[in-house]
Design a binder for this molecule. Sequence first.
Ligand SMILES: Nc1ncnc2c1ncn2[C@@H]1O[C@H](COP(=O)(O)OP(=O)(O)OP(=O)(O)O)[C@@H](O)[C@H]1O
Ligand SMILES: [Mg+2]
Length: 508
Amino acid sequence: MATMGQLWTNTGSSLATLMFIYTIFKQFFPHFGGHLEPYLHRLFGRFYPYIQITFHEYSGEHFKRSEAYLGIQSYLSKDSSARAKKLKANTTKGSKSLVLSMDDKEEITDDFEGVRVWWQSKKEGTTRQPFSFYPAADEKRFYMLRFHRRDREVIIERYLEHVMREGKTIELKNRERKLYSNTPEQSHGNQTKWSHVTFEHPATFDTLAMEENKKEELKSDLIKFSKSKDYYKKIGKAWKRGYLLFGPPGTGKSTMIAAMANFLEYDVYDLELTTVKDNTHLRRLLIETSAKSIIVIEDIDCSLNLTGQRKKKEEEEEDGDDKKTIEKKMMKNEGENKESKVTLSGLLNFIDGLWSACGGERIIVFTTNFVDKLDPALIRKGRMDKHIEMSYCCFEAFKVLAKNYLDVEESELFEEIKRLLEVEEIKMTPADVGENLLPKSEKEGAETCLKRLIEALKEEKEEAKRKVEEEAKEKKEEEEEKQRKKEKKAEKEKKKMIEENGEEDRQV
Ligand SMILES: Nc1ncnc2c1ncn2[C@@H]1O[C@H](COP(=O)(O)OP(=O)(O)OP(=O)(O)O)[C@@H](O)[C@H]1O
Ligand SMILES: [Mg+2]
């Protein structure tokens, strides 16, 4: 079979040479044998069993590189870098690293479903200026795909689609990811638009301190989502998923979002609701987001008064600490909040209205310190599919931090830390644990940092005890005050009654 193939190739090359000689000949004798041409082409086609397809770098009138060419370039980059002898290195706009592709006139083979194809990188129209260092303006590059005509069906129906799909995936992997925000400084007219910087957050699931099984569950949930395009289509749902991250400040909600984005290689859109003018503006921002992205709304409970009267009423009954944090965050947003007319229904529409299905493959994340404050409509399953609690540091999470910060996986001090976290149930956020573990100077060793953490945990325990005592004292004083007031009132009423009775007696 190989020799047959060889024979065909040889026959093909001889015919190609013949055609080439004929073309040159025609240049000098343009009027000679014009009528022979169609016959020669037919003859060439009969004996040459290969089909060729060309993909030009620039096609049509647009001065934009063709998507097919770029897709093929990415697809071939993985094979070319390993197999081609002459390579070209390019930096493409928005790409985080060099793209290696095969140089002109190089050829590589590719196998697909038992079929072999040949790819060649070519250029034509090389009328170079004799002393120019720059490529000639009319130099046109293209890829040429060659395959046997018996494989036409496989190539046209499946292979080309496979090349484009794989090429897109490689392109996406190689692209520089972005962090978008809708800051008011970037407003155009009176509407804020997305502006972006390169997303370079170093957080990963490996560095994230939380229970291992929770981490694994979330990772497999994300993988399942990113591979479920067909499934979402089958069940008739837009390809998106909502996560609600809740927990006290410093427990890693924002860090988790960065880890998710790095894990899936998605862009991040950090949506500041307070600077969004109204529901229409919100919808426009949504349409401008791209696929493979995470849309984040941080501190959703403080961004807007989304829950209306219900929330206000509940806040009045709030205990001290919660109320203070909400007030602080509300005050931070107050200035920007004045003009925003985004409503709860506008936000719900943003999450799962018809527009939200445009583009697909999006994750929406809300974070909050107080999950109970949110309107149930906003976080019901289907809208926020997964609710994840980020909590105080447990021993397992501490071990991740110790490994990250100190490169320590075992120490005799671990026992004490385990006891403090698990038996004494001391509450400390991963942010505070990390702060204590961070060496303050080059001289500080792991043991010093672990001891500092133990001290801090004990102090935290004392502090918590003091707080409980103080609260009990305050409550007792409040009760006593209430009791005093009650007694005073009763005494007043008694006095009044006596006075009234005395008056009546006098009148009688
Ligand atoms: N679970 C965690 N794993 C690793 N690092 C953490 C974790 N939680 C907090 N940190 C560290 O603490 C810092 C603050 O955490 P982060 O900003 O993620 O908290 P947050 O929950 O978003 O807080 P807030 O509610 O105030 O927004 C981070 O820079 C990170 O280094
Ligand atoms: Mg945060």
